[in-house]
Design a protein around this ligand. Structure first.
Ligand SMILES: CC(C)(COP(=O)(O)OP(=O)(O)OC[C@H]1O[C@@H](n2cnc3c(N)ncnc32)[C@H](O)[C@@H]1OP(=O)(O)O)[C@@H](O)C(=O)NCCC(=O)NCCS
Length: 117
């Protein structure tokens, strides 16, 4: 049963500026090492990082902000196919369906939260 939906858009430049200003500290406050490792080597690093930020915000919206979840409790990874998925550092009773897109200027993510009915 679908219990929530969330969407978020992030300007890539905003993420880039935050990293320029706060450095690794900014990244480490929001992302887990396992999220950074697979995306850290490509020219699309900032796009992919912004997309993961958008994904976390979309997940929080989909969960109706009811749970005390920190951004770092939400883990955004990719399957072998390239499709993104969401797991949690806390025990959470919802499953998230996730979609991500990014271009030069913006990243967008959409999340659907479902519970077993
Ligand atoms: C998977 C696919 C739809 C991605 O399209 P795209 O325009 O390159 O992707 P976008 O830039 O909008 O989004 C990229 C995100 O798509 C997601 N993605 C990648 N593979 C995916 C898959 N198999 N399923 C769902 N989402 C996927 C990822 O989250 C990726 O971002 P990330 O790598 O930072 O995690 C595309 O590569 C594809 O396979 N299309 C099939 C149609 C086709 O082959 N067309 C070519 C002939 S015209």
């Amino acid at each position: 049963m679908v219990v929530g939906v969330g969407i978020d858009i992030v300007k890539i430049e905003k993420i880039k500026k935050s990293i320029d200003r706060w450095g690794e500290g900014f990244i480490n406050r929001i992302f887990n090492p396992e999220e950074i490792k697979p995306i850290n080597h490509g020219k699309m690093f900032y796009q992919r990082l912004a997309a993961r930020f958008a994904a976390k915000e979309a997940v929080i919206k989909a969960m109706s902000k009811n749970l005390p979840l920190a951004l770092k409790d939400i883990v955004i990874l990719n399957k072998e196919s390239g499709a993104p998925y969401c797991s949690f550092k806390k025990v959470v009773d919802v499953e998230i369906l996730l979609s991500i897109t990014h271009i030069e200027d913006y990243a967008v993510a959409c999340a659907v939260a479902q519970k077993e009915s």
